[in-house]
Design a protein around this ligand. Structure first.
Ligand SMILES: *Cc1c(COP(=O)(O)O)cnc(C)c1O
Length: 181
């Protein structure tokens, strides 16, 4: 590209084994920037904190044009502390990835109205599945059982966020009941 390219890797820590990262391309492309956030994998959404990786040349230029005090000293201190304890903060990631892969397999093994449920490959902490003639009805049916997922994505699809094993069990039980699986 004859311009700056920004790759948003907000969910990168959740990607499956063997899935690449744009970080690997940085040495080859001085016009590339990769952004990440501490909101997801670090479970630090309240920190409103992210970071960027790019060539030295890119970062030097960014320093010239960035606003002064765009990141408070307190936030920077939080970032430092978070990075020093990255192993603790990131410890949930492995559990979520395992739960996610198990959920994808489980959903794919379910037969609904004569065909298998469709499930998109996921490298994030959520899973898209479908397709439903009336996705709102399915969403509502789950909510009535105390399970809140998201009615978003392409028409006919629903999005479920991966949670704890207990939460995933509740989701699966509710879905079985709602769809008559
Ligand atoms: C969460 C997210 C971000 C970053 O969010 P902040 O909380 O503002 O750091 C960026 N892109 C995508 C696609 C996201 O889901």
């Amino acid at each position: 590209a004859p311009a700056i390219v920004v790759v948003d890797e907000a969910y990168a820590e959740f990607r499956r084994e063997g899935t690449g990262s744009a970080l690997e391309l940085l040495s080859e492309f001085p016009n590339l920037a990769v952004t990440r956030t501490m909101s997801k994998a670090f479970a630090l959404a309240g920190g409103r904190l992210g970071y960027l990786a790019a060539s030295e040349q890119f970062v030097d230029t960014l320093r010239v044009v960035r606003l002064p005090y765009h990141l408070s000293s307190v936030t920077q201190a939080v970032a430092h502390a978070a990075l020093m304890h990255a192993d603790v903060l990131l410890s949930q990631v492995a559990t979520i990835r395992t739960e996610r892969d198990a959920l994808v397999s489980w959903l794919r093994s379910q037969t609904y109205q004569g065909t298998s449920l469709e499930v998109a490959d996921s490298d994030a902490n959520f899973v898209f599945f479908g397709r439903f003639e009336d996705r709102h009805a399915v969403w509502r049916g789950l909510l009535d059982q105390g399970v809140l997922i998201r009615e978003s994505g392409p028409e006919g699809w629903l999005r479920v966020t991966v949670g704890t094993p207990t939460e995933m069990e509740a989701f699966k039980n509710a879905l079985v009941k709602e769809l008559g699986l």
